[in-house]
Ligand binder design. Structure first.
Ligand code: UTP
Length: 293
């Protein structure tokens, strides 16, 4: 099994679907219950054996730096007050200085451009890319599932998408399947439903070979006039190749308000200390809704 040591977290997008909140709070810092989205992404990476975290940020993302740094004052207060559970919860978010870094993307020129900026820090080894706004609810870290099946080609997470939503996704063209692994012959960015080569859309988890940096180098802007990671991977299908991975788990698009609300509901119902109260509150609320005529 190939060891993946480094993960890149591109978090320099504008997050316009979450305005006005994202005017001052970046999207990856929005809390899902009581943890910011970025924490779920880091935990998923850790569970896959990753121990170096590279954040591609826009200007002024001090909240992210504050979040992963140590808050000695608050730690001391909680310790002095004997609040051990809270203290442990707080400390669990600290990252060791030498394990994380920030790279600034001056303007949001696209996901491909954001990833290309990590070239020097990643070096010549395979690495992961995680989009924190794609939150995945799974028994086992999706990235860990992927690492287990990763060989010489790039690998992207895929999920079946209904035909009325497929045009919002990058869609994989599958040559052959072997269990959850899909051997790809192509990728199509945002096809119309009748042009989609399969029902599988790309989700924000990637394991990439370092050849991707050469493919990204000088790549022309694609859809939305942005430098698209999908285009660089598609260009490498004749090179190192690319596999899709139909992961086990449920993905929520927390970059959209509807997806974020659904994730909040699912994760709250999962939490033992919240479940009963939340469930009965939801039931009461549903009963208050007028019955459709
Ligand atoms: P999105 O496509 O969700 O774009 O980016 P966005 O700008 O964040 O959100 P909207 O559409 O305006 O609401 C997917 C991921 O890629 C990162 C984003 O931060 C997000 O994690 N990204 C996107 C960058 O880091 N840089 C970019 O130039 C574009």
């Amino acid at each position: 099994m190939t060891r993946i040591r480094k993960a890149v977290f591109p978090v320099a997008g504008l997050g316009t679907r979450f305005l006005p909140a994202t005017k001052s709070v970046t999207k990856e810092m929005l809390p899902l219950i009581d943890r910011p989205l970025i924490q779920y992404a880091v935990d998923e990476a850790r569970a896959a054996g990753i121990d170096e975290f590279i954040f591609i940020t826009s200007t002024g993302q001090s909240a992210l730096e504050t979040y992963f740094g140590r808050n000695s004052g608050l730690e001391r207060k909680l310790k002095d007050g004997g609040k051990t559970t809270l203290l442990n919860r707080l400390r669990s978010t600290n990252l060791e200085d030498e394990t994380y870094s920030f790279i600034q993307q001056d303007s949001p020129r696209g996901l491909g451009h954001a990833v290309s900026l990590a070239r020097d820090v990643v070096g010549n080894e395979p690495f992961a890319v995680i989009l924190p706004d794609d939150v995945i609810h799974a028994q086992r870290s999706v990235l860990a599932q992927m690492v287990k099946n990763f060989e010489g080609s790039h690998m992207i997470a895929t999920q079946a998408v209904s035909s009325d939503r497929i045009s919002a996704y990058g869609v994989v063209d599958i040559a052959q399947k072997s269990g959850q692994v899909q051997h790809l012959r192509g990728l199509v960015e945002k096809p119309s439903a009748d042009q989609a080569p399969s029902e599988f859309g790309i989700v924000g988890r990637y394991l990439l070979q370092p050849t991707i940096f050469d493919r990204l180098d000088g790549l022309a802007p694609g859809a939305g006039n942005e430098i698209q990671l999908t285009d660089a991977i598609a260009a490498d299908i004749g090179g190192v190749g690319c596999n899709g991975f139909a992961f086990h788990g449920e993905r929520f698009d927390c970059g959209s308000v509807a997806g974020y609300l659904e994730a909040t509901t699912v994760f709250a119902l999962e939490r033992a200390e919240l479940r009963d109260g939340f469930q009965s509150m939801l039931r009461q609320r549903m009963n208050l809704l007028p019955v459709a005529a």
